[in-house]
Design a binder for this molecule. Sequence first.
Ligand SMILES: Nc1ncnc2c1ncn2[C@@H]1O[C@H](COP(=O)(O)OP(=O)(O)OP(=O)(O)O)[C@@H](O)[C@H]1O
Ligand SMILES: [Mg+2]
Length: 429
Amino acid sequence: MASGGSYRNGTPKASSSSSSSSSSSKAVERPLSLNPNNNKTSSSSTKPKPSPTPSSAALRRSSAASGAPAGKDDAGVLGRVRVAVRLRPRNAEELVADADFSDCVELQPELKRLKLRKNNWDSDTYEFDEVLTEFASQKRVYEVVAKPVVESVLEGYNGTVMAYGQTGTGKTFTLGLLGEEDTASRGIMVRSMEDILANISAEMDSVSVSYLQLYMETIQDLLDPANDSIAISEDPKTGDVSVPGATLVEVRDRHSFVELLRAGEAHRFAANTKLNTESSRSHAILMVHVRRSVKGRRDREVTSSSENGNASHLTRTLKPPTIRKSKLVVVDLAGSERIDKSGSEGHTIEEAKSINLSLSALGKCINALAENSAHVPFRDSKLTRLLRDSFGGTGRTSLVVTIGPSPCHRGETASTIMFGQRVRFPNCW
Ligand SMILES: Nc1ncnc2c1ncn2[C@@H]1O[C@H](COP(=O)(O)OP(=O)(O)OP(=O)(O)O)[C@@H](O)[C@H]1O
Ligand SMILES: [Mg+2]
């Protein structure tokens, strides 16, 4: 794992003030080259797109799982990715700099619509599964984005929750806040664990976690940073993705989980950029393994026939408990950024390029899925290899795209919205 300098985690912390010259910085293409005219509806005629029908790629329980109710999938929800959009409130800088300007978006949460302004007169309208305004509480965000996924994980299905968006728009805020001083602020990771712990049996079931970061195409164990070259394993038969080299820690209560997250976070690469003083420079991946013991049921009484006529003898066997295994993956992606805007330089530029490349690979996979392409380039990056079963439709996946209000970043906001639309409306899974 690369290290050195004054980073929070031992690598150089890029200073926003030292990177004022944009001439020394190089613009890197935004990760997605999605056509903003796709999937949009004009403000006057918004039509919801039909939900794609889950097909072969529809819900499949974890291969190791058993005993979950079959056919639980409510078609149209499972089998496709649910996409919410969350708007961050204006920050102190934007309150001053954008004081005379309107936000680049207007939200209509009751209609689950977002209007992206083109100019003072015109806007494009997009639909999402949920539209979360700048006033949405962390609790509400958890309930609409993650709770349905957590519930299905408790029933034995795999689930993924991930946040995507431009740097500084609130991905880590949404997923990773520990909420120690203010419990209302705790994010999706902590709330998910609380829900899981509250719904399992302390005697019969168990929960264990791995916490990883993907940095410059290397997977590092955030719970054991010396373990910095973890391999991804893919089961050729089931397609299940796992990281057998990662530390797995059993969690018994909320407190010990928060301590684990804090320890992991301390090792996460972060930098101070112009767009975010605590910008995540790695993708963080929390894997929560739930192992439940489903009580065995008694067999029915059996009547059998013998030589002397019908003899009914009762056999009553107690089936051994069934073990049901499932996995919740929570992914806090590093933000896409334009280097001329973030002020990244030196090592931070290399990081930004790597972040943008892996997000670009993710975008290409989404596009390939959307176009029903025979080849989906999952193998192009470790991020897409890791997320393959989340986007391959093997469980329930929820994506929250985070956006900022500033008209200065309208282009990046449009790109993020298009990413969310492509995930929400592919025609093929
Ligand atoms: N919904 C919100 N309400 C209040 N403050 C927020 C909200 N979302 C984000 N913020 C604040 O905005 C700043 C940037 O948020 P955060 O670090 O979560 O962004 P990020 O998307 O993770 O960025 P990066 O990609 O650079 O890691 C933080 O100071 C955070 O507290
Ligand atoms: Mg972050």
